[in-house]
Write a protein that binds this ligand. Structure first.
Ligand SMILES: *Cc1c(COP(=O)(O)O)cnc(C)c1O
Length: 393
């Protein structure tokens, strides 16, 4: 409650503005989960709002690994890895990520957000140039701002615009860094990776691709967009998260041994923060081992995505246009934020949990559906039937 101190009254005014624009949000309490079905504030719902794409968060192997790590190492990591020493587990996880991704090395941060902030601010500064896809994730945008480099956005997924900007600006700067999501978190489409790699090489620019949603979901082995496009590993920078398909917490950077050694010495969000907890580290390691042992989970996810996408295409009123490449993120548009909220509310009443995504997160309001490998055909049918009825009424 406001205490009445005039220094803080602007907070209530600001909140009022947020409410009026239908932008206000607050988290809801899950009373049972995680999984394709959850209980949200007492109501049983089919869950299309989770990043746990492979359903690993509740897998017995991950739970057992986390419990064992706590038994062996305790609950905390006790300090910065440089000053306090890291656990063998940290090293094992980094080696496992590098081996899985096919890179020389990898470095684990406490979250994907921190991996982006730390990496971008270490790689570029005032004399440098950043070219960024306009739809990039908040962590790439904030990292770019914080770095002090000159930041220019290019049109979403548009290599031609990127090239024009490089022709115009590249020579006026020392280093250049191109930033893009791999799978875009709100649109579910992929960056034009083969073109980005070629352009980066042509203009002597670094390229960082954030595969938070591609990790564990794209490519047969789930190593991400690079595998999907069947590109060689190269020396560009692959960022990802342990917090989505891998069912744990943390972020990683995978690339050359020099890159990783440099980041260990220059990335402030890695140096000045406590290492990932033993339980999170062990769970992520177990997830990577599991995916490699049982890649059929990823194939199942891709089948489920295909099933939902075909179903959405079949609902004529929806105007759903399927992209040529399907990530586990699908969405249908709403004409405005209030309508997106109303659709989400209607689905919720019918037993379906799917978030309304509104400005400022995206320019155009929508309902977003995140598909899981553990959704049954019945779960997906329930979503499709509910949408069908909504558009008939
Ligand atoms: C979720 C996400 C992140 C943040 O990852 P966390 O590990 O949750 O901090 C970074 N980038 C993108 C594109 C994301 O979708």
């Amino acid at each position: 409650m406001a205490t009445g101190s005039p220094a803080y009254t602007w907070l209530d005014d600001a909140l009022e503005t947020i409410h009026r624009a239908h932008w206000h949000r607050h988290p809801q309490s899950i009373t049972q989960g995680p999984g394709p079905e959850i209980e949200l504030e007492g109501q049983r719902l089919v869950n299309f709002a989770s990043n746990d794409y492979l359903g690993l968060t509740s897998h017995p192997d991950l739970k057992a690994a986390a419990i064992k790590a706590i038994a062996d190492w305790g609950t905390g990591s006790t300090g910065s890895r440089l000053l306090s020493g890291h656990r063998l587990l940290h090293k094992e996880l980094e080696q496992a990520i590098a081996q899985w991704k096919g890179t020389e090395a990898a470095l684990v941060f406490s979250s994907g957000y921190l991996a982006n902030l730390g990496t971008i601010t270490a790689l570029v500064g005032k004399r440098d140039l950043i070219l960024a896809d306009e739809y990039n994730h908040s962590s790439l945008k904030r990292g770019a701002q914080l770095s002090g480099a000159k930041v220019i956005n290019y049109g979403h997924g548009c290599p031609e615009v990127l090239t024009d900007l490089l022709v115009k600006h590249r020579d006026h700067h020392r280093r250049c860094l191109i930033l893009s999501d791999g799978v875009f978190s709100m649109d579910g489409d992929l960056c034009p990776l083969p073109q980005l790699v070629a352009i980066a090489e042509e203009f002597q620019s670094m390229l960082l691709v954030d595969d938070a949603h591609g990790t564990g979901t794209m490519g047969k082995m789930g190593t991400g967009c690079r595998e999907h496009f069947q590109l060689p590993v190269g020396d560009w920078i692959q960022v990802g998260t342990l917090s989505k398909a891998l069912g744990s917490l943390g972020g990683y950077v995978a690339g050359s041994a020099s890159l990783v050694d440099f980041l260990r010495n220059r990335a402030a969000t890695w140096i000045y923060t406590t290492g990932l907890s033993p339980a999170d580290t062990a769970a992520a390691l177990a997830a990577i081992e599991l995916i490699q042992r049982e890649p059929e989970r990823i194939a199942q996810l891709q089948l489920n995505v295909d099933y939902l996408a075909k179903g959405l295409e079949g609902l004529a009123k929806l105007n759903f246009r399927r992209s040529p490449i399907n990530s586990p993120i699908l969405w249908v548009g709403a004409t405005n934020p209030a309508m997106a909220l109303e659709m989400a509310k209607h689905l919720r009443e019918q037993g379906i949990f799917a978030p309304a995504i509104r400005p400022p997160t995206v320019p155009h309001s929508r309902l977003r559906f995140s598909v899981m490998a553990t959704h049954s055909p019945g779960h997906i049918d329930q979503l499709l039937e509910t949408l069908d009825r909504y558009y008939l009424d």
